[in-house]
Design a protein around this ligand. Structure first.
Ligand code: HMG
Ligand code: MG
Length: 296
């Protein structure tokens, strides 16, 4: 059976735009505002990482300072270390996320340390966030495959997810970073992680590189997961995963869920408007099929 409600965690302004070049701070702010207008209540708005590594997120401080917060909306940021956390809190982020991986090679390329070292770095981030009552989300990358190592054991995914959960993350987002999963192995992976972390604490974060994300989500919804990360207009990729395309487009996800009678609280037309505006700013058509179908 399927959940009656799904909570959508919108990552377009971060995961999407971290891979784009020509987006101004004003365009990002307009996007974030339109996403709130469309009814999204969980918006990842930036990332406090090294600007040398990801220059596209270099204006995250300005973004958080300038965005007009809507009541009931949580604006969150990625924070890989204590320095990132301090910058995020200074700028007014409501929530932060630490991000680890189930692959050693990906961890090295993405955050320049091993899985074990990353956990060590996350401990003070968690402590400092908890002292300020800031919720911390945890990501695990490469849950269905790694661009450097290929297949990843589900036991390793479950191990890293459990560490982040026990450390105090309120939710664990399982990232198919390169979109290689297919429905049955995606569901098996979620079932394995759910042995270690309660299923209601899990989220799915599936990139759509191979066009499998919607099918994978449908298969995983049967396990009881009810939080899905997606990216408006299908924006994005990952700078440390060559060839990765964006997350599943939020418009396509919302269309499927509403068609199944699952509530999201999102106004699809307003969402399409948001996705079309940022696509226009990027000089391309929306990556969301539903947006293309419903736009004259
Ligand atoms: P490092 O070089 O090991 O760190 O990088 P360091 O502590 O040695 O510092 C080196 C320099 O970076 C110093 O500056 C620091 O001040 C600066 P310098 O003295 O050379 O001028 N620095 C920072 N500046 C701003 N904010 C910070 C920060 N920390 C250090 N927080 C680090 C380690 C993690 C910082 C680096 O590897 C990094 O920034 N990586 C970027 C990772 C990233 O953003 N990846 C994309 C997001 S993850 C993703 O997309 C996956 C996800 O979507 C899930 C999925 O799809 O699977 C979440
Ligand atoms: Mg991602």
């Amino acid at each position: 059976s399927y959940p009656s409600k799904v909570s959508i965690f919108e990552v377009g302004a971060r995961d999407g735009l971290q891979n784009e070049k020509a987006v101004t701070t004003a365009d990002k702010l307009a996007l974030i505002d339109q996403l709130g207008e469309a009814g999204l209540t969980r918006i990842e708005a930036g990332s406090f990482v090294s600007p040398k590594w990801v220059p596209q997120m270099g204006d995250s401080g300005e973004i958080f300072r300038q965005l007009s917060k809507r009541p009931g909306v949580i604006y969150s940021a990625l924070t890989p270390n204590l320095k990132g956390l301090e910058l995020a809190l200074d700028a007014g982020a409501d929530e932060v996320a630490i991000f680890g991986a189930a692959s050693q090679s990906f961890s090295q390329r993405n955050i320049n340390c091993s899985i074990e070292e990353s956990i060590e770095r996350f401990i003070p981030v968690m402590e400092a966030a908890q002292a300020k009552q800031i919720p911390v989300r945890g990501y695990v990358s490469c849950v269905l495959g790694c661009p450097y190592e290929g297949e990843i054991q589900v036991e390793e995914v479950a191990r890293v997810a459990e560490i982040l959960y026990k450390m105090g993350c309120y939710e664990i987002s399982l990232g198919d970073t390169i979109g290689v999963g297919t429905p049955l192995n995606a569901r098996r992976m979620v079932e394995a992680v759910a042995q270690k972390v309660p299923v209601e604490k899990l989220a799915l974060h599936f990139h759509d590189t191979y066009g499998q994300a919607l099918a994978n989500i449908l298969a995983c919804l049967e396990t009881g997961v009810s939080v899905i990360d997606s990216s408006v207009a299908g924006l994005g990729g990952c700078p440390y995963a060559k060839g990765a395309s964006g997350n599943l487009a939020t418009e396509d996800l919302v269309y499927m869920l509403h068609g199944m009678g699952i509530d999201t609280g999102i106004d699809l037309n307003a969402l399409i408007k948001a996705g079309n505006s940022i696509s226009q700013a990027l000089g391309r058509v929306s990556g969301a099929k539903v947006a293309r179908a419903l736009t004259e």
